[in-house]
Design a binder for this molecule. Structure first.
Ligand SMILES: C[S@@+](CC[C@H](N)C(=O)[O-])C[C@H]1O[C@@H](n2cnc3c(N)ncnc32)[C@H](O)[C@@H]1O
Length: 222
């Protein structure tokens, strides 16, 4: 989870290996309420605009704030989530809400679906976890059908204008875990190198929150 310690690109990165077991569960406890529903996920799913019958995919779905909302549109959702604890909770949530969501073990670097099989995909607050962003970008492009839609967003908690800056933007406590902000232009160029056209990268704002956003095939952000 984010804290305010921005590193130079590539200097430090942590991966989902840190999110396994009891340590992973503890790390996410204080985040769980905002991972159940969140304005940023609502806004990102609105940008993706899933249509009934489409196959859409949430990378690092967490508790399914985006996945469950997307399923309500009639799309079939694949929720890719590497942390076992979160996968278990999302599986229970899916069953309770009878949401059309497949919960699968995977990462941005290893998306367990066929090539060209996804109409649209998104990731909220996971890019800073990607252990290999170049490979993640290649996977995004591999699984997306030609003309598919992409929204990749990380909130900039370190921006003093972020409403949660005081809570999450200045945390150097015991949960410190090496938050590395991905550079939006860098992600854009990695997606382009993997073959995606029409990519837009910005430092912008979604749901009144400062973000970096990388999009393709959707309306661009403010
Ligand atoms: C801050 S949570 C965000 C969860 C959800 N997207 C949301 O907005 O509520 C970060 C998520 O990234 C996942 N994650 C960690 N490493 C990842 C990786 N390499 N690829 C994709 N997701 C990863 C974590 O398990 C966690 O669910």
């Amino acid at each position: 989870m984010p804290h305010s310690h921005d590193h130079a690109a590539g200097e430090h990165r942590h991966g989902h290996a840190n999110d396994q077991g009891i340590k992973g569960a503890l790390r996410y406890l204080r985040w769980l309420p905002r991972m159940w529903t969140s304005e940023i996920n609502d806004a990102v799913v609105d940008m993706i605009a899933p249509r009934p019958g489409e196959r859409v995919l949430d990378i690092g779905a967490g508790l399914g704030a985006g996945a469950v909302r997307a399923a309500a549109t009639g799309a079939h959702v694949i929720a890719v989530e590497p942390t076992p604890f979160l996968r278990r909770l999302l599986t229970v949530r899916r069953a309770l809400g009878r949401a059309d969501v497949d919960v699968v073990d995977g990462t941005a670097e290893r998306i367990p679906v066929e090539t060209d099989s996804i109409d649209a995909l998104w990731a909220v607050n996971t890019m800073h976890h990607w252990t290999d962003p170049e490979r993640g970008a290649a996977e995004v492009v591999r699984v997306l059908r030609p003309g598919g839609r992409v929204v990749l967003v990380d909130e900039r908690f370190t921006d003093p204008d972020h409403p949660d800056h005081d809570e999450f933007g200045t945390d150097h406590g015991p949960e410190h875990h090496g938050f590395t902000m991905v550079d939006a232009d860098h992600m854009k160029s990695m997606l382009e190198a993997a073959g995606l056209a029409g990519v837009d990268a910005s430092s912008s704002s979604i749901a009144d929150r400062p973000v970096i956003a990388v999009t393709a095939g959707t309306p661009t952000t403010e």
